[in-house]
Design a protein around this ligand. Structure first.
Ligand SMILES: Cc1cc2nc3c(=O)[nH]c(=O)nc-3n(C[C@H](O)[C@H](O)[C@H](O)COP(=O)(O)O)c2cc1C
Length: 374
């Protein structure tokens, strides 16, 4: 099946079917202590954040989803114009289709046309950055849309469970190292719904990435999306569904990555469904929060108007959450390490980062500490 029609399948399945790994959504087990005395007014909350050399009005990213066909062009146009209106960052979907079919470039370029003043992130899969064409692919997808950065997406799970997948990951880390030196554009390494561990984040940071988008488990899950696409008479048809509990849940991925890195900007995404969820990933160490599915579904519900409403809700909720936490800025929320982690995520982090692990200790300035990494 060609790339454009596979991508259309993905959009329609994401629109119509239950594609989220809800059992892996651990955000309800993360809490931000209520501040009964915020000692400021709501309008003193300032969500402005620096990202990729620009200032966004709120630390939010519309995560990369689409491009490559007519329907995608309409979606990218609406997503980008809402990103521009609210001054938030935006990514486009994998640009492989446009590398293979240059007549599709316009379906991605609408991103820059509609959003000239916000961080715009190009997108290409890890399997396309290795080999002779790797560097050129990355430079082409960046210049195609005048991007501020290129996201290299990691989707090993999707590549194995997809009938036409290409699970060839040998050499990706070395290619990332070369790209960070030679591509001439900041590199964002992003997962797509199964998360990134602290150790892997550390290797990615050493390779020279600008940002790591954890793309954790708890939202859109590719074992489900690809499972629903599988030919039903195929002997492996049930197999993708065995992996629907596979993945590092978003809050623990954010906590691991921000604990084990020191320079990269961390982006918390995967199952982020509200401004409250966004505040939680920031409290765990993220610089920005991102979401894909809620914005796609808002578009399908009512076009640009619904999308606009969804973004307004996200930003208002994030502002309220900061006020109720007594924090004037996202950086204050992040650097205070305010999150309280309970239940399964706490068990996970204690097992992975050591029993002394905790998000907040009095006097601690930054959550980027590490207690007893084993
Ligand atoms: C329909 C659809 C298509 C996607 N296509 C891409 C893609 O081309 N490249 C990419 O890096 N991520 C892609 N993603 C993954 C998202 O960017 C995001 O990492 C993931 O969906 C988790 O976020 P969510 O739970 O908010 O949806 C896609 C997601 C959806 C729903």
């Amino acid at each position: 099946m060609s790339t454009p029609s596979r991508k259309l399948d993905h959009l329609l399945i994401a629109r119509d079917r239950e594609v989220e790994a809800l059992r892996l959504n651990w955000l309800p087990q993360i809490h931000i202590p209520h501040e009964a005395l915020p000692e400021m007014d709501l309008d003193q909350v300032n969500l402005e954040t620096d990202f990729l050399g620009r200032t966004v009005a709120a630390p939010l990213i519309i995560e990369g989803m689409t491009g490559g066909h007519e329907a995608a062009e309409r979606i990218n146009r609406a997503l980008a114009s809402v990103a521009e209106e609210f001054r938030v960052a935006i990514g486009v979907g994998s640009q492989r289709a446009a590398l293979e079919h240059p007549e599709l470039i316009g379906t991605y370029r609408v991103g820059r046309e509609e959003a000239p003043d916000v961080p715009l992130i190009a997108n290409i899969g890890a399997t396309h950055i290795t080999g002779e064409r790797g560097l050129r692919n990355v430079q082409e997808v960046a210049s195609m849309i005048e991007a501020d950065a290129v996201a290299i997406h990691l989707n090993a799970l999707q590549e194995v469970v997809q009938p036409e997948g290409d699970p060839t990951y040998a050499g990706v880390l070395a290619a990332l190292r070369d790209l960070a030196r030679e591509a001439g554009v900041p590199i964002v390494v992003k997962e797509t719904g199964t998360g990134i561990s602290g150790e892997t984040a550390r290797a990615i940071e050493r390779a020279g990435a600008y940002a790591i988008d954890v793309g954790g488990a708890g939202g859109t899950h590719w074992a489900i999306v690809e499972g629903l696409r599988y030919p039903q008479d195929h002997i492996l048809a049930p197999s993708p569904f065995r992996f629907t509990t596979w993945g590092i849940p978003t809050p623990v991925s954010v906590a691991e990555v921000s604990s084990l890195t020191s320079r990269v900007k961390v982006i918390g995404s995967g199952g982020v469904r509200s401004g409250v969820d966004a505040a939680k990933v920031i409290a765990l160490g993220a610089h920005m929060a991102g979401a894909a599915l809620p914005f796609l579904r808002a578009f399908y519900r009512g076009g640009r108007d619904s999308l606009r409403d969804a973004m307004e809700r996200f930003i208002s909720e994030l502002r309220w959450a900061l006020f109720l936490a007594g924090c004037r800025t996202p950086a204050e929320l992040r650097l205070r390490g305010r999150a309280v982690v309970t239940g399964e995520p706490l068990q996970w982090l204690q097992q992975r980062l050591g029993p002394g692990w905790q998000v907040y200790k009095p006097g601690m300035k930054s959550p980027r500490w590490l207690v007893g990494w084993g």
